[in-house]
Design a protein around this ligand. Structure first.
Ligand code: FES
Length: 138
């Protein structure tokens, strides 16, 4: 269902006060200012069927959320706890077989799942907090 009245700032939509009453609250992740540039925060989303491991990163000033699962094989990306970025901070890395993903789109640009994208978890900033919405299965 499209989000009526959501104004997008980068990929983090801003939800006006009048729209908050008509939209699901999402799952609170953290204070938005806790997710500094180049940092990542893991969180879980739970629905009636399952619990998903997810993570949020801030890249070029914008917060992005993804399901923590490589598109090659269903492995988590953080081989070291909560470490998703390459050493130079320019890409997200799956160390199992060396896939590189773009932090802002989730697209794999090198490695076995090249051309596929991480499943995006839309993020919403509301009253200084960051919330995760249900994943987009692409
Ligand atoms: S499991 Fe991620 S590249 Fe193979």
């Amino acid at each position: 269902m499209p989000w009526r009245g959501v104004r997008r700032l980068g990929t983090v939509p801003f939800v006006s006060a009048e729209d908050q009453a008509t939209q699901p609250a999402g799952t609170r992740i953290c204070r938005a200012d806790e997710l500094d540039e180049g940092r990542s925060i893991k969180f879980r989303l739970t629905d009636a069927e399952r619990t998903l491991d997810c993570f949020a990163v801030r890249f070029a000033g914008v917060a992005h959320g993804y399901v923590n699962e490589c598109r090659h094989v269903a492995m988590t990306l953080d081989w070291v706890e909560n470490q998703f970025f390459t050493e130079d901070g320019t890409h997200l890395l799956c160390p199992t077989h060396g896939a590189w993903y773009l932090p802002d789109t989730g697209e794999c640009i090198a490695g076995p799942p090249c051309g596929k994208s991480l499943h995006r978890v839309p993020l919403v900033e509301r009253d200084g907090d960051l919330f995760a919405l249900p994943p987009q299965w692409n």
